[in-house]
Design a protein around this ligand. Structure first.
Ligand SMILES: [Zn+2]
Length: 332
């Protein structure tokens, strides 16, 4: 099996491997699916395979040749990764050079690969510039667009790409990975895998400083919001919407509310067993929130959070979505 370093997605890997081995990889490929499941990793592996100097019968980068060394370090002259320079947009000046590069011959490899990550953030101007190069790319150029929100791409871009859907990972697979590579106990790994809903990226995010930072802000909202006033709610919603990674803030809220619900249920049902908290390091604060007005509403709030996560995946208006969510937190 090629692409072995990427978790899961056996079917997608097989499809990509077949296209590569038959030399039939389309000029424009669109990889869609939830955030954090490995879309960009798959695109990168396709790119590395395209430039590898020792392509074997099993399509995958060999990891040994000079080209693989360079592509692994991100310095191969025929592998291009275009990412939003700001969190909100891929602008025309980022794309202009790429358009010329797409139309050019490979510098040293057999082919050139252009990965455009978070492609839904291409501005209309940038999309239109890119469009020209997607119409008739040279046979040696492959553009791989990666996005969790394909519906936000210009239809003209979408129609020029062949779409490969990359689904959520099975929770058991994520759990196994967390046990093996993050050193988590089976119970912890299972909890996190369940909360991350098939996204390895989200499951791993629980460990990051960014997650802890977002969680601290969210926890303050949970501590102050119930019973707060309209102004406070607006400020909280604004704080959420202004987060660099709103998805991460909502994930933090989801994990905290999960803990609050677990404590509330255990205490109201008089369960003597110790509750296992995802956020054990801030367990005291979670306990206080669970014993406040939020405890009884935590299960209902869970549904509101699920709706929010769906809305964000659909690229809904962030500010409005956060208003609705904070109203649910506040019980307004
Ligand atoms: Zn190689």
């Amino acid at each position: 099996m090629s692409f072995t370093e990427i978790l899961g997605h056996d079917h997608v890997k097989a499809v990509l491997a077949r296209l590569l081995s038959r030399g039939r990889l389309p000029g424009a490929l669109l990889l869609t699916g939830p955030a954090g499941v490995g879309k960009k990793k798959l695109a990168l592996e396709v790119a590395r395979t395209l430039v590898c100097e020792e392509p074997s019968s099993e399509p995958s980068s060999c990891r040994r040749c000079g080209a693989c060394g360079r592509s692994g370090k991100g310095i191969h002259p025929d592998v291009f990764v275009i990412e939003p320079s700001t969190k909100t947009a891929i602008k025309i000046d980022q794309v202009r050079d790429s358009v010329r590069d797409i139309l050019s011959r490979p510098f040293e490899g057999r082919a050139r690969a252009f990965i455009i990550d978070d492609a839904h953030l291409l501005t209309e101007e940038a999309s239109n510039a890119l469009l020209k190069s997607l119409e008739e790319p040279p046979a040696t150029s492959h553009v791989l667009l990666v996005t969790a929100a394909p519906q936000s791409l210009l239809p003209t871009i979408r129609s020029r790409c062949q779409t490969v859907r990359v689904g959520a990972l099975p929770p058991a697979l994520v759990q196994g990975y967390l046990e093996e590579h993050a050193g988590l106990s089976p119970d912890d790994a299972q909890l996190r895998a369940a909360l991350a809903a098939g996204s390895l990226g989200q499951a791993l995010a629980f460990e990051s400083d960014a997650y802890r930072g977002a969680r601290d802000g969210v926890l303050k909202i949970l501590e102050t919001e119930p019973g707060g006033d309209v102004m406070g709610r607006l400020e909280s919603a604004e704080w959420m919407a202004d987060q660099e990674d709103v998805t991460l803030a909502v994930l933090a809220l989801r994990s905290l509310v999960r803990d609050v619900a677990a404590v509330f249920i255990a205490e109201t049902q008089g369960a003597s067993a110790e509750v296992r908290l995802l956020n054990a390091d801030v367990g005291e604060r979670v306990l206080r929130v669970a014993r406040g007005p939020l405890g009884a509403r935590s299960v209902a709030l869970w549904d509101a959070i699920t709706d929010t996560q769906e809305a964000l995946r659909g690229n809904a208006n962030k500010a409005l979505t956060m208003d609705v969510l904070i109203d649910a937190v506040a019980g307004a």
